[in-house]
Design a protein around this ligand. Sequence first.
Ligand code: BG6
Length: 320
Amino acid sequence: MTMLKNVEANPETLNARMGITGRVRFEASALGGPVVVLEHPRGRATVALFGGQVIDWQPAGQAAVLWLSPAARLDAGQAVRGGVPVCWPWFGPPGRSLTEGMAGTWPQHGFARTATWQAVETGDSMAGPWVTLALTAPAMAGKGWPGKAEVRLTVVVGETLELRLVTRNLGSAPLVLTQALHAYFHVGDIEETRVEGLDGHVFHNAVALGPALAISSTLNSQIGAVTFAGEVDRIYLEQRGPVSIVDRRLGRRITMTKRGSASTVVWNPWRDKAGNLGDIGAEGYRRMVCVEAANTVYDAVTVPAGGTTELAAVYECGPA
Ligand code: BG6
C-alpha cells in the first residue's frame, strides 16, 4: 500500500485528477475548506476533506436530512458539529483498556474528525457517484496512540446515502478499535420525533452512568420507541437491525441500516447541555438528533496485524 505523505487539497488539482463532469466536483466551500460534491438525479451530498465529514445530504425534492451547526467552519481546526463526523480510532473518551499506563493526548472521539483527509479515488457506479478519502498513519504520528493504521471512507450518493469506513491495521500487533459514524439528523421538532428499532434492547445510559469507559453491569431496557423530553445519551447493545427516525413534524422517516456494528448510540443534549456546548444555537437541540452506527467498549473490534475491518451505514429518507 502506498503511504500518502502530503495531503492534496487544491480543488483545481483534485478536479483535474478525479473530477467527473456532472457527478463529482471538488470546490472551495463557503465554510472555509475544500469539499467534494457528489451529484445524482436522486440526491446530492457534500463531503469535507477536513474530518472526512459528510456535511450535507439532500435527497431530490427533500429538505436537508443532516443537521449542521450554524457555527460550523472547516478551517478552524475544531471538530465540526453536524453532518456525519467520523469518530476514529476511538469513540467518546477512549476506554480504560486503551489508555492504561499510556501518556498522550486523547481527544474525545479520536483525532480523525480534526484531521484533513486525502481524496484518493472517485467513480460513478449503478448506486451513484462516490468518493474515497483516506487518512494514513503518518497523519497520526505523535498523538500518543499506539496503533499504526490507515482508514478509508467511501461515500456514495444516489437513491440513498452510504458510508463505508474501512480500517487497515498496518502495525505488527492486533489493533483494538472503537469508532462511530456519528450522524446528526435534522428533525422538525425533537418532541415530535421518535426512534424505532430499539425496542427490547438493553442500553448503557450515559446520562446516569457517564461515558462508557468500561463495560457496565448496570444497564437499562428499552420498551417501545425512544422519545425525547430531556437529555438522552445511550448506547444500545447487540443492536444490528435497521433503526428509523420518525419525524411527525416533517412527515418523514429516515432509516439507517448498518454493518459491522452492534452498538447504536442515540444522543440529544437537550437545552442545558446544548447551551454549554456553545455551537448548537439557541433552540438548536430541538432540530437535531444523533443516531450513530458505532463500535463502543461493548463491541470493540480487534483487527489482526495486516487485517481490515469495515463499519458501514446506509441512510434512506421517505414519507413517515
Ligand atoms: C455522543 C456521545 O456520541 O457524542 C455524547 O454519546 C457526546 O456523550 C456527543 O456528548 C457529542 O460529543 P462531542 O465531542 O462532539 O461534543
